[in-house]
Ligand binder design. Structure first.
Ligand code: M6R
Length: 588
C-alpha cells in the first residue's frame, strides 16, 4: 500500500508535498517522510505517525527546495519505526527512494548487496532499491541505464520515485502499483493518486505497467522497461475531484455518511449506451460471478440476491482473495463483475487479470474512474460518489447497492420500481436524523466486548457490513450472522447482556428474524431492533422509515455506519484512521 508523492518545478515543494501526502494518507499512515533536494542541500526527514505530526515538527523549515519526493507508509516488511520509514537512502546518502509495493526477491538481492559491501539501515524490502540504484549509477554514471538495470532486477510490485543528489530530476517506475504524473507549466507532480495534485493541474499522464519516467523541470521522458521511448497522450481528468473540503464535519467518515443523501441519485446517472451494453453483457453470459473485498464483497453478496430476485439469474459471489479456488471454472462464457471503490485493490486486480487470461469478459462497478481496474476491464460503470477518504467504506457501499438495484431492475424491466429507487434520497435524509438516538445507543454499548448483527436474505449482507464497520472502526469484536444460522453454533456465544442488533424491517423475513431474536433474548442477549415496526421484544429500537420492501438494505445500513462511528468516538479513537488498516489495499 503506501502513498508516494513527488514534485519538481519552480515553487517551494515542501507545502505541495505535505498537502499531497495528506491526500494519499488513506493508503497508509504508519509513518511519513520526505527528501528535499536543492542546489546546496539534500535533506531527508522522517517520523513515525501521521503527516501533520511531521509537518508540525518541521513547519519552520525555510527550505527553498523545488524538487522533492515523499511517502506515507503502511508497513509490510519491518515494524513501524523511524528507520523503516521512507525515504530510504543508499550508502553514499546521495540517492533517496520512496516505494509502494512489495519486492518479492528482496532477500536474495540484499545478500548480493551485502557481499558487495552495502550497509542496510532498515528492515524494509524497499531499501534495496536505493542500493541497487547506487551500484548501477556508480558503475556507468548514466541514470537512464542505471534505472532500467535496477527495475529489471526487481520482482514483485512497485511504484517508486528516486532522486539522485547531483541530478535535477525525479525518476519514477511502475509495476502493478499506480503512478500518475500531473503536468503543470514548467512543473510536474507525480503521485500514487491524482487527488494529491488535482488542484494544481487536471492534465495527467498515467504510467502503465513496466514503464519508467524521467521528470525534469522542463521535460518528461517515458520509457518501457526495455529502454524504448514512449509517446503518451495527456488525459484531462475531472476537476470536481478536488472537492475534498472537510469543513463542516469533524471527520471524513461522518462527512461521507452524510453525503449519502446525494449518492443514490448520482449512482443512477449512467450513460445510456454504456449501461445498455453492460446489461447485454449480463444477458449473454452463461456464468456470472461477482467479486470484491471487504465492503465491496458485501455488495457482491447482495448482488446475487438481487439478480435471483428480479431478472431470475443465477450468479455467485466470491471474495477476490478466494477466487483462485474456482479459476478452473472460468472460461470464455463467463462474465466476472468486479466491484471496488478504489479500483486499486491488489487481490481484485489479480483476479481480473487471471479471468481475462482465461477468456472471460470482465466488467466492473468502480468509484475511481482513473484506477488500474478501469484500464483493465472490458467495461465499467462508475459509482459517481466522489472521492471517499475515510478508511471505512460508507457512501461507496450505498452507491454500489443503488447501481446493483438499477441493473437488476432494468434487467427485469420494472420501471415503476426504478422510479421508487430514485426517490430513496428522502428516506436517507430521514434516517440521518436518527443521529441523536444513535449517539445514545453508542454511549450505552461502547464498552461491549462482542457485538452481533443478524439478518436474513437481503439483510444478511447488511449484517456483515454492520459488523465490519463496527470492528474496523471501534475494535470491538463483531460478527454478522445469517439469523437462521444461530442455532447451528453461534447461539453458544450468547451470554448475559450480549448486544445483538436484529435487522428486521417489516418484509417477508420479519417474523422469522423476530423468532431468532427471541431465541437469543431467552439466552440473555440484549436485542436492538432495527425496523420500521417496534416490538416489545426489543430492549432498544432504531426506527427507520417505511420504504418499498426490497429497498430496506439501502437505508438500514446507514444507522449501522453511524453506530460504528459514534461508538468509536466514545472509545476516544479516530474513525478516519483505524489502526493497522489503509484505505486502499494495494498489496496481495
Ligand atoms: O477499494 P475497494 O472497494 O476494492 O476496497 C475493498 C476493501 O478493502 C474495503 O471495502 C475495506 O474492507 C474497507 N475498509 C471497509 O470499510
Amino acid at each position: 500500500m503506501c502513498g508516494i508523492v513527488g514534485y519538481i518545478g519552480h515553487r517551494n515543494c515542501f507545502p505541495i508535498l505535505i498537502k499531497g501526502l495528506k491526500r494519499v494518507e488513506y493508503r497508509g499512515y504508519d509513518s511519513v517522510g520526505l527528501a528535499l533536494l536543492s542546489r546546496d542541500s539534500f535533506e531527508v526527514f522522517k517520523k513515525v505517525g501521521k503527516v501533520n505530526e511531521l509537518e508540525g515538527e518541521i513547519s519552520n523549515l525555510s527550505s527553498n527546495s523545488c524538487l522533492g519526493i515523499a511517502h506515507t507508509r503502511w508497513a509490510t516488511h519491518g515494524g513501524i519505526t523511524e528507520e523503516n520509514a521512507h525515504p530510504h537512502v543508499d550508502c553514499s546518502k546521495g540517492i533517496a527512494i520512496v516505494h509502494n509495493g512489495i519486492i518479492e526477491n528482496c532477500n536474495e538481492l540484499k545478500e548480493e548487496l551485502i557481499l558487495k559491501g552495502h550497509t542496510f539501515l532498515s528492515e524494509t524490502d524497499s531499501e534495496i532499491i536505493a542500493h541497487i540504484l547506487e551500484e548501477e549509477y556508480k558503475s556507468n554514471k548514466d541514470y537512464i541505464k542505471a534505472t532500467l538495470n535496477t527495475v529489471s532486477k526487481l520482482k514483485g510490485s512497485f511504484a517508486l520515485l528516486a532522486v539522485i543528489k547531483d541530478l535535477e530530476l525525479i525518476i519514477g517506475a511502475r509495476l502493478d502499483s499506480p503512478l500518475t504524473i500531473g503536468i503543470g507549466k514548467d512543473e510536474y507532480f507525480v503521485s500514487s493518486d491524482i487527488l494529491s495534485f488535482i488542484e494544481y493541474t487536471d492534465d495527467v499522464i498515467f504510467l502503465n505497467n513496466r514503464e519508467v519516467c524521467f521528470i525534469k523541470r522542463d521535460s518528461l521522458t517515458l520509457m518501457n522497461f526495455d529502454g524504448s521511448e514512449i509517446k503518451r497522450d495527456i488525459v484531462k481528468v475531472a476537476k470536481e475531484l478536488s472537492d475534498l473540503s472537510n469543513k463542516v464535519f469533524e471527520h471524513y467518515t461522518l462527512k461521507e455518511i452524510h453525503e449519502q443523501t446525494q449518492v443514490v441519485r448520482l449512482a443512477l446517472l449512467q450513460d445510456e449506451k454504456r449501461f445498455k451494453t453492460f446489461l447485454e453483457g449480463i444477458k449473454r453470459a452463461k456464468k456470472i460471478y461477482f467479486t470484491g473485498c471487504g465492503t465491496s464483497y458485501h455488495a457482491c453478496v447482495l448482488a446475487t440476491y438481487l439478480l435471483a430476485k428480479f431478472p431470475k439469474l443465477t450468479s455467485e459471489a466470491l471474495i477476490a482473495s478466494e477466487f483462485d479456488s474456482i479459476f478452473e471454472l472460468i472460461d470464455k462464457d463467463t462474465l466476472l463483475i468486479a466491484i471496488s471503490q478504489s479500483g486499486e485493490t491488489a487481490d481484485l486486480l489479480s483476479c481480473v487479470r487471471e479471468a481475462k487470461a482465461k477468456g472471460a469478459k470482465v466488467f466492473a462497478l468502480v468509484n475511481n474512474v482513473n484506477s488500474s481496474l478501469v484500464r483493465e476491464v472490458d467495461l465499467f460503470l462508475p459509482l459517481n460518489c466522489g472521492p471517499e477518504v475515510g478508511v471505512a467504506a460508507t457512501k461507496s457501499f450505498i452507491a454500489q447497492l443503488a447501481l446493483l438495484y438499477l441493473i437488476s431492475l432494468s434487467l427485469k424491466g420494472d420501471n415503476s420500481m426504478i422510479k421508487e429507487l430514485y426517490n430513496l434520497s428522502n428516506s436517507i435524509e430521514e434516517v440521518l436524523k436518527l443521529e441523536e438516538d444513535i449517539k445514545r445507543l453508542a454511549l450505552k454499548y461502547k464498552d461491549s466486548k462482542d457485538f452481533y448483527f443478524i439478518g436474513r436474505a437481503l439483510h444478511y449482507p447488511i449484517a456483515l457490513e454492520g459488523a465490519l464497520k463496527l470492528k474496523e472502526l471501534s475494535y470491538i469484536h463483531a460478527e454478522g450472522l445469517a439469523a437462521g444460522e444461530l442455532k447451528h453454533g453461534p447461539l453458544a456465544l450468547i451470554s448475559d447482556g450480549t448486544p445483538t442488533l436484529a435487522i428486521n424491517p417489516s418484509d417477508e423475513t420479519y417474523q422469522r428474524t423476530l423468532n431468532n431474536a427471541s431465541e437469543m433474548k431467552a439466552r440473555g442477549a440484549k436485542i436492538i431492533g432495527l425496523s420500521d415496526e417496534n416490538n416489545s421484544l426489543y430492549d432498544d429500537f432504531i426506527k427507520i422509515p417505511k420504504v418499498m420492501e426490497v429497498f430496506y438494505p439501502i437505508i438500514e445500513v446507514i444507522p449501522l455506519q453511524l453506530l460504528a462511528y459514534y461508538v468509536t468516538l466514545q472509545r476516544k479513537l479516530n474513525p478516519d484512521y483505524p489502526r493497522n488498516l489503509a484505505k486502499s489495499v494495494t498489496v496481495p
